[in-house]
Design a protein around this ligand. Sequence first.
Ligand SMILES: Cc1ncc(COP(=O)(O)O)c(C=O)c1O
Length: 377
Amino acid sequence: MSAEPYLPFTRPAIDEATIAGVAEVLRSGWITTGPQAKAFEARLSEYFGGRPVRALASGTGALELALALAGVGPGDEVITTPISWVATANVVLRAGARPVFVDIDPTTRNIDPAAIEAALTPRTRALMPVDMAGLPFDRDALYAIARRRSLRVIEDAAQSMGASWKGRRIGSFGDLVCVSFHANKNMTTAEGGCLVLNDAAEAGRCERLRLQGVVRLPGGEIEVDEAGAKMNLTDVAARIGLGQLERLAEFNARRRVLARRYFERLDRALGCELPPADFEQSNWHMFQVLLPLERMMIDRARCIALMHERGIGTGVHYPAMHLFRLYRAQGWQPGDFPHAERVGARTVTLPLFPAMAETDVDRVCAALGDILAAHRR
Ligand SMILES: Cc1ncc(COP(=O)(O)O)c(C=O)c1O
């Protein structure tokens, strides 16, 4: 094992002011959804250019409510990418609909807009593209298809908080935008998420759906017209989010600096494929290389184990979803999406988080370089 401290692939950056703020909330006598959640929603709405926003218990919850608001249900199809966290497809199944995968663009590793056309059917109800690793999917192409075919777009922007598309912040435009504040994200509430909505009516329904369908009437009575979920964000979590949102720009700037350093320090002769060098739009949620498996005498799992022995944490984000047993059972099979399968089999997430030092990047590059050089075929 390495003598140096273990370097995880990510670590949240929670400052002392936020910790003190959370302690205050805990002492306040009101710890679930209340004034902090309201304030967090107001700040988020400002951040997204004044659009209505509702804070939720998770990014998955945001996707589920977005599907409900888009009217997706049994018999419907939703087009999405095989390279994402499995939540993206699972929520479609749980809505009673069918996720229809299309391949990724091998360069961006996001859904390939050119592949969507062939997957459209009269049952297609929505497109659910993902900003993988915080690199925005092609908004122009996706929304052009959606307009032409009258489809809803449910943006899985779980990973792209603070990213932008052609100078516009993700979430400040578009249809339904779903964000995650899971612990690993660029800003966190430990667990949490939010949904950016189109208008007050949609926001009102979202509010009801996130808490049992309850409608509060004047005079304190309540009424219920539809069975809602239980997806409200606590004030404890919202207070973390308020502290994080204030520092998001700084966090993302730091991630960008570290990502640049990876490009400078990773030895290209090793044969790893690097992500697109986008320092304008991406929020650098993750830095992922594709391993040159044909040139290696070890497999990815062994490579990850050797990195771990050197005191470096890595991750696999993500295996292609259509190859999970659940999705194979629905007819998807190896060979369906060659680009996604190639990326899913090779990808390794290297450490990237704001508190990392430049020397940490150098250490990761040196370790990966040594391991690949020592096991070259
Ligand atoms: C692409 C993507 N979609 C959806 C989710 C679900 O978000 P959460 O974990 O907050 O439910 C995540 C995060 O984990 C994600 O990375």
